[in-house]
Design a protein around this ligand. Sequence first.
Ligand code: 13P
Length: 247
Amino acid sequence: MTRKLIAGNWKMNGSLQANAQLLQGVQAGVGAPRCDVAVCVPAPYLAQCQQLLGEGPVQLGAQDVSAHAFGAFTGEISAAMLRELGVRYVIVGHSERRQYHGETDQQVSLKAKAALANGITPIVCVGETLLERESGQTELVVKRQLAAVIHDNGHCISEIVVAYEPVWAIGTGKTATPEQAQAVHAVLRAQLTAASQHADRIAILYGGSMNAGNAKALLAQNDIDGGLIGGASLKAEDFLSIVAACP
Ligand code: 13P
C-alpha cells in the first residue's frame, strides 16, 4: 500500500496576500504529517508558493499542463516550465476542464504523458456526472477515462496518481458515501492491476466535498489513498484537519 496523499486544489482562488496567509497557516500546523501533502495553486502564483514552501513538507502542484513541449501555443504552460518552478504534481483532466474547456480523454492522456516525461506526477481525474450515475454508467465512464491514460502511458503507469471525483459531488456539499467511493476505487484499482504489476503503489484519491467531518470515514476505506480537496483546502484549519484524519 502506498503512502496517502492529501492535495489541495485551490482552483481559481487566491491573491498574493491570501496565499501567503493560507500557506503560513498550513505550514505552522502541518508538523510532520503521516501522509504526503500538496497544494495545487493557480499558475501565476507558482513562483510565490515555491518560495513560501521552500524545503518544507508541503509540496507544490499545478492545476493543468500543456500536452505540447514548446512552441506556438498561446496561453499554455509546458511541463518543463512547471518543473523549473519546483512543481511536483499537476492535476490533469479535472472535470471542470473537461466540461468548460472540452478536454477529451485523449488530450488528458497526452497531458499526463508530458508531465511524466518531465518528472512531474500527474493527478489524473476521472468521474461521472449525476446523469451518468443515475443511468448506471459510472463504471463505464471512469474506466473509459482511465483506459485512455493507461493506453498512452502503460510503461510508467505506476507513476501516476488517480483522483476519483464524482462530478455531482464537486462543490455541492454532497459527498459520495465511503461505500460508494470505495466501490468505484475498487474498479479503478482492478483496472490498474491489469495494467501494471505495481498497481498497489498507485494512490487513488477521492475528491468531491471532502471535509474535516467526512475525511476519516472515506480515508479508512481499503482503496482510498488520499483526497483531492477543493473548498476545504482554502482554509488552513479545515485542510489541516483532513491531513490529520489520515491514518
Ligand atoms: P470540492 O472539495 O470543493 O467539492 O472540490 C473537489 C474538487 O474538485 C477537487 O479537485
